[in-house]
Design a protein around this ligand. Structure first.
Ligand code: FE2
Ligand code: FE2
Length: 158
């Protein structure tokens, strides 16, 4: 799977979690935790890997994209602080839903296809591989400890 397909898949996961949180009675706290993780990891993957690569490939301003990320992060951190029983949970979820829809539209109709057109298939697959590694290092840091800690065999000897 290439980088843009991977990002679209992440968008779908995030939007499905928002829908389930808006409608499900069961396991809302668990769904909120999943949403927090998916959203924060997705934003990190884009800002650390896909956005810089896109800006090298095409002449594009990502100021609005980054501002929308900040807005979504503010909302999700508020939701994380007050939880599913927070007084304004429904209101915040609706706000998040709106900003995510707007942002996904902006990326899927603009940045993703435009950047993908200018990148080669190996480049897009290479980016996807880096995204997998970053995602794993954020969600399962214990599994990545060995590879991330390895600066060379002599590192712990001095
Ligand atoms: Fe995205
Ligand atoms: Fe984004």
């Amino acid at each position: 799977m290439n980088a843009t397909d991977l990002l679209v898949l992440q968008h779908q996961t995030i939007q499905r979690l928002i829908e389930r949180l808006a409608s499900d009675g069961a396991n809302r706290a668990g769904l909120l935790l999943e949403l927090i993780e998916e959203l924060l990891v997705h934003i990190a993957v884009e800002e650390e890997i896909f956005y810089p690569a896109s800006q090298r490939a095409i002449d594009v301003s990502l100021r609005v994209h980054r501002a929308q990320h900040r807005r979504a992060k503010d909302i999700i951190l508020h939701m994380a602080t007050f939880g599913v029983d927070g007084r304004d949970f429904t209101e915040k979820l609706a706000e998040l839903d709106e900003i995510v829809r707007e942002h996904v539209d902006l990326e899927e109709r603009g940045l993703l296809p435009e950047a993908a057109r200018e990148m080669s298939a190996p480049q897009l697959h290479g980016l996807a591989a880096r995204m997998h590694v970053l995602r794993a290092s954020l969600t399962h840091p214990e599994k990545c400890k060995v590879s991330l800690d390895t600066d060379g065999p002599g590192r712990h000897l001095s």
